[in-house]
Design a protein. Structure first.
Lengths: 421, 457
C-alpha cells in the first residue's frame, strides 16, 4: 500500500543471503558426518574380518615331518588298536638321526613330533592292517612349537633349542619338513594339543543341534503363523499371543538357556550337554523369528487368492493349505533359514545347559555329550596356548562361511520366488 | 525303543489312511460322498494315531518318576533309612550306572541291584506302552473304518483337528513365556528364601563364593546386585555412546543422501555386522581391541585394565550399530515425502530439513529403536563373558574392569553345581532381573511408538 514495506523484503533477502554460506557449510559438514559414520562402521567390519582372516588362515596349514616308518610287528602286537605307536614314531626319528645318543638329546628330538603322530599312525594301521611289517614314508604332524617356528621364524625360534633348530634345518634340506593342508583340523575332535585339535566334533554337534531345532521350530512356527494370520481373527486371545511372541523375540538368548536348564534338565531329567536339549532350547528361541517371518509372508499373499478359492467352494482349511501356504512358503523358508543361521551362531543358552565340556569324541547321537562350533570357539579362545588363537580364528572362518552360505541361500530363495502382486 | 514305537505308529497310521481311502473309494462308486476319499483316509489315520500318540506322550512325561518310585519300593530297608540326602546320592549312583558313567565295581552292590531293577521296570513299562499304543491304534482305526459311509462328514472332522493342531502350536509360544517366567521365578524365590530380597536389590557387595568351611577367608558370600547392575549399565552405556551416533548418522546418510546404487551396496554390508555371531565379537574384543586399548592407554600414561569396560562396550557398540541403523532407516523412510518437500520448498537446506523436520517426525520410532538396542546390550552375553571382568567393582571408570549380570549368570552356572546352594540360585535371581529389565524396555519401546507416533497419511 505504501512504499515502506519494500525495503523490508529486501532486507529479509539480505539476511538470507548473508547466512547462506554458513548454512551451506553446515550442510556439507552434516553430510560428511553421515559419510564418516558409514565409513567408520564399515571400517570396523573390515578390521574385524581382516583380523580374523590374517590370524586364522595360517591354521589351515600344518607343519608335517616325513619319516620312514617301519611298522614293526613287535610294537604293534596282536591287537593293532593297542600297539605302541609312540615307540614306532620314536624309532623312526631315531633312524633319521642315528647320531643322537644322549638321553637329553633324544628327548628333545622326540619333542619335534606331536603327540598326535602316534594317533595318526594308529589310525593308518587300523584303516589298513596290511601296513604291518612294511616300510613306508609317512607325513606326521609336528609339534605346535615347530609349527609356530615355520609360520613365524623370528618369534618361533626362541622356543626351540639350537639342536632342534639344526635338526629342523636338516629335515628341511632333505625336503622332509613342509607346511601341508591341515587335514586334522577337519577330521578330528577337540584336543589338548593345539596341532591335533579339530572342529569335526563341534561341527557334528552343531548339525545335530540344528536338526533338532529345525524339526521343532519349523513346523511349530509355520503352524503358529497360520493360526495367527489365517484362523485366529481379531480377538483378545490373538492380541495376547501377538504381544507374547513379539516379547519372546526380544528376550535375551541367555534366558532361554536358563529355561532349558530349569525345565528340560532339572524337571524332565534330559541329559546334560546333549544336542537334544540344546536343540530344544534353541528352537524355542528361534520360533518367534520364524513366526514373525511366516506371518509377513502370509500377509504378502493378496486377498484375491483367498477370495477366488473360497468363491469356487473351497473350505477355509482347503484355501489356506492348497493356495495360500504354497505361495507363502518361499518367504517362510527364507525366514526359517535366517532363524537357523542365528541359532547356528548362538552360544549363550548352550553354555547354560552344559555344552561346554571338553569333548574329544565325535558325537554320534542326539543324546551324546557334544559341543557346537560357537562354543568350541569360546573354549579355544579361553585356552592359554598361543597356537589356539589361530585355531580359534580358523574355526570362526568356518562358522562365518556356513553363515554366509545360509544367508546367501536365503537371498537366492527370495530373489527366485519373490513375487509382486 | 521309543523311536521304534513312534515309527510303528506312523507306519500304522499310513496303513490306516490307505484302508480308509480305499473303503471310501469303493463306496464312491455307488453313491456320492460327502467328503472326498482322501479325507476319509486322513480321518481314519488320525483316529488311530492321535489316541496312541497321547498315550505315548503321557507315559514319556511320567516315566522317570514312576520307574524311580517302583525301584525305590523294591529297595532293601537300609536304603530307605538313610535319609533324603543319602538316598539322592544313591540314586545318582544308579543313574550313573545306567548311563555307563561309572562301572559296577565303583559303587555299592545295592546300587547295582537297583540299576538292574530300574532297567527291568523301564523295559517292562515300555513293552506295556507299546502294547497299549498298538491297542489304541487298532481301536481307533477299526472304529473309524466302521464309521465310513457316504454321508459321513470326514472333511469337517479332519479340518477341525487341523485347526486344533494349529491352535495348539500357537499355544507353544505362550507356554514358552510361562515356562520362562515360572522356571526363573521359582528358582529366584528359592534364592530369596535364603538371601533377603532387600539385601539382593540394594546390597553394594557382590561376591557369590559361599563358604565350604565356616573359618575360610573371604567366604562370607555377599549377594548385592548393585555393582553387577552398575557394571551392566556402564558397558551398555558405552555401547550406546558408540552405536547411537554411528547408527543414526549412517541411517540418515543412507536414507537421505546416498544414491540408490550406493544404498543397495552399503546397506547389506552394514547388516553383515548384525549377522556375525556374538562369540566372534567376544574373541575380537578380548584378543584384539582390549590389548589395543590397553597399549594405547599405557602410551598415554593411563592405567587401563586388560578387561576394561571401554573395550567391551566399544565392541558391543559395533555389534549394535546395524540394529540401530536399520530400525532408524525404516522409520526415517516412513516419514512422508510431503513433509520434506514442504521444508525444502520453504528454502531450508537438506540438513536443516533432516534436523528440524524429518528427525522430529521420526523421533518416536528412533527412541523406541534405541530402547530396544539398550535391551539388547543389557542381555548380550558372549562379548561380556569373553571380554569383561569377573569381579564386581562398583565404579564409573570405563578403564576399569567391571562385571555384568549375564557374565555372573554364566560363571555361576557353568560347571558342576548343586541345585540348592544360594550360589546357583543367585543366577536365576539375576536372570529374573534381566528378564524384567528387558521386558520393561520392550514394553516401554512399544508404548513410545503407540503413544507418540503421528499418523501423516
Amino acid at each position: 500500500m505504501n512504499q515502506n514495506s519494500r525495503p523490508q523484503t529486501v532486507s529479509t533477502a539480505a539476511i538470507v543471503a548473508a547466512g547462506l554460506r554458513k548454512r551451506y557449510r553446515a550442510e556439507k559438514r552434516f553430510r560428511r558426518l553421515g559419510i564418516g559414520a558409514v565409513i567408520l562402521s564399515l571400517g570396523f567390519l573390515l578390521l574385524l574380518f581382516g583380523n580374523i582372516l590374517s590370524q586364522g588362515l595360517p591354521a589351515f596349514r600344518q607343519t608335517e615331518i616325513a619319516l620312514e616308518i617301519e611298522f614293526t610287528p613287535r610294537l604293534i602286537t596282536a591287537d593293532p588298536a593297542r600297539g605302541n605307536y609312540r615307540a614306532l614314531a620314536r624309532q623312526a626319528l631315531q633312524r633319521a638321526f642315528p647320531k643322537v645318543r644322549k638321553r637329553r638329546a633324544k628327548k628333545e628330538l622326540y619333542r619335534l613330533l606331536s603327540n598326535g603322530a602316534a594317533f595318526e599312525l594308529r589310525r593308518m594301521v587300523l584303516a589298513d592292517p596290511a601296513l604291518v611289517g612294511t616300510d613306508r614314508r609317512c607325513w606326521l604332524p609336528a609339534d605346535d612349537l615347530v609349527d609356530n617356528f615355520l609360520k613365524n621364524p623370528e618369534s618361533g625360534k626362541k622356543r626351540l633349542s639350537p639342536r632342534q633348530l639344526a635338526w629342523l634345518s636338516q629335515l628341511h634340506n632333505q625336503g622332509r619338513l613342509a607346511l601341508r593342508f591341515n587335514r586334522f583340523f577337519f577330521t578330528r575332535g577337540d584336543s589338548r594339543d593345539p596341532e591335533m585339535a579339530g572342529i569335526l566334533g563341534a561341527l557334528c554337534g552343531s548339525i545335530f543341534t540344528l536338526l533338532v531345532t529345525l524339526a521343532l521350530s519349523f513346523p511349530l512356527g509355520i503352524a503358529s503363523a497360520l493360526y495367527l494370520e489365517e484362523f485366529a481373527g481379531r480377538n483378545a486371545f490373538a492380541d495376547f499371543l501377538e504381544v507374547n511372541i513379539n516379547n519372546l523375540a526380544a528376550v535375551p538368548s541367555i534366558i532361554f538357556g536358563l529355561l532349558g536348564l530349569a525345565v528340560f534338565i532339572n524337571l524332565f531329567g534330559l541329559p546334560r550337554s546333549a544336542p537334544l536339549v540344546g536343540g530344544l532350547a534353541l528352537s524355542l528361541m528361534t520360533m518367534p523369528t520364524i513366526i514373525i517371518a511366516g506371518r509377513a509372508a502370509l500377509k504378502a499373499v493378496p486377498p484375491s487368492i483367498r477370495e477366488a478359492a473360497l468363491g469356487i467352494g473351497a473350505s477355509k482349511v482347503q484355501t489356506v493349505f492348497h493356495h495360500v501356504l504354497p505361495l507363502a512358503l518361499p518367504g517362510m523358508l527364507t525366514g526359517t533359514i535366517i532363524g537357523m543361521a542365528r541359532a547356528l551362531g548362538e552360544t549363550a543358552p548352550l553354555l547354560m545347559i552344559g555344552m561346554v565340556a571338553f569333548i574329544v569324541d565325535i558325537p554320534r547321537s542326539l543324546s551324546a555329550p557334544a559341543t557346537v562350533l560357537p562354543v568350541q570357539i569360546y573354549l579355544w579362545a579361553d585356552s592359554p596356548e598361543r597356537a589356539f588363537v589361530a585355531k580359534t580364528s580358523a574355526a570362526i572362518i568356518v562358522l562365518l562361511a556356513f553363515l554366509i552360505l545360509m544367508n546367501a541361500g536365503a537371498v537366492v530363495l527370495r530373489k527366485k520366488f519373490e513375487r509382486k502382486w | 525303543m521309543i523311536t521304534t514305537i513312534f515309527g510303528g505308529l506312523l507306519l500304522a497310521a499310513a496303513a490306516a489312511y490307505i484302508t480308509g481311502r480305499g473303503k471310501a473309494r469303493r463306496l464312491s462308486d455307488q453313491e456320492k460322498l460327502h467328503s472326498r476319499p482322501v479325507y476319509h483316509g486322513a480321518w481314519t489315520g488320525l483316529a488311530g494315531l492321535l489316541p496312541a500318540l497321547l498315550l505315548v506322550c503321557t507315559w514319556m512325561a511320567v516315566e522317570g518318576p514312576v520307574v524311580m518310585r517302583l525301584t525305590a519300593a523294591g529297595l532293601p530297608e537300609s536304603i530307605g533309612r538313610m535319609g533324603p540326602a543319602a538316598t539322592g546320592l544313591f540314586f545318582n549312583d544308579v543313574r550313573n550306572l545306567l548311563t555307563g558313567a561309572v562301572g559296577p565295581g565303583q559303587v555299592r552292590p545295592e546300587a547295582v541291584a537297583a540299576a538292574a531293577a530300574w532297567r527291568h521296570y523301564l523295559r517292562l513299562g515300555r513293552s506295556l506302552l507299546a502294547g497299549f499304543a498298538a491297542l489304541a491304534m487298532a481301536a481307533g482305526w477299526g472304529f473309524a473304518i466302521c464309521r465310513i459311509k457316504p454321508s459321513f462328514p470326514a472333511r469337517d472332522r479332519v479340518e477341525r483337528i487341523i485347526r486344533v493342531i494349529l491352535f495348539l502350536a500357537a499355544g507353544v509360544a505362550v507356554l514358552t513365556t510361562v515356562g520362562i517366567l515360572f522356571s526363573v521365578l521359582f528358582e529366584a524365590l528359592h534364592f530369596f528364601a535364603k538371601v533377603p530380597f532387600s539385601d539382593f536389590l540394594f546390597g553394594l557387595k557382590w561376591s557369590p563364593q559361599t563358604a565350604i568351611r565356616s573359618d575360610q577367608v573371604g567366604s562370607s558370600g555377599a549377594f548385592g546386585m548393585i555393582p553387577v547392575f552398575a557394571g551392566t549399565m556402564l558397558i551398555a552405556g558405552i555401547a550406546m555412546l558408540v552405536a547411537v551416533p554411528l547408527g543414526l548418522l549412517s541411517a540418515i546418510y543412507l536414507a537421505e543422501y546416498a544414491r540408490p546404487r550406493v544404498r543397495t551396496v552399503i546397506k547389506p554390508l552394514l547388516e553383515i555386522l548384525a549377522g556375525i555371531p556374538t562369540v566372534v565379537y567376544g574373541f575380537f574384543a578380548a584378543l584384539t581391541v582390549a590389548p589395543m586399548i590397553r597399549d594405547l592407554g599405557a602410551s598415554l600414561g593411563l592405567d587401563v585394565a586388560s578387561e576394561s569396560a571401554l573395550a567391551t562396550g566399544l565392541v558391543m557398540g559395533i555389534m549394535i550399530i546395524p540394529f540401530i541403523s536399520s530400525l532408524a532407516d525404516d522409520v526415517i523412510s516412513a516419514v512422508p515425502r510431503s513433509l520434506r518437500e514442504g521444508s525444502l520448498g520453504l528454502g531450508a537446506t537438506r540438513s536443516e530439513t533432516i534436523r528440524r523436520v524429518v528427525i522430529p517426525a521420526a523421533l518416536p520410532g528412533i527412541v523406541s529403536g534405541i530402547l530396544l538396542a539398550v535391551s539388547r546390550a543389557v542381555g548380550e552375553t558372549m562379548i561380556v563373558v569373553m571380554a569383561a571382568g569377573l569381579s564386581a567393582n562398583l565404579t564409573a571408570n570405563p578403564l576399569k574392569a567391571v562385571t555384568t549380570v549375564t557374565v555372573q549368570i554364566v560363571t555361576l552356572l557353568v560347571g558342576d553345581q548343586e541345585f540348592d546352594s544360594p550360589k546357583t540360585l543367585a543366577a536365576f535371581a539375576l536372570g529374573l532381573v534381566l528378564f524384567v529389565i528387558t521386558l520393561a524396555l520392550n514394553v516401554i519401546a512399544l508404548q513410545v511408538v503407540k503413544k507418540y507416533r503421528e499418523q501423516y497419511d
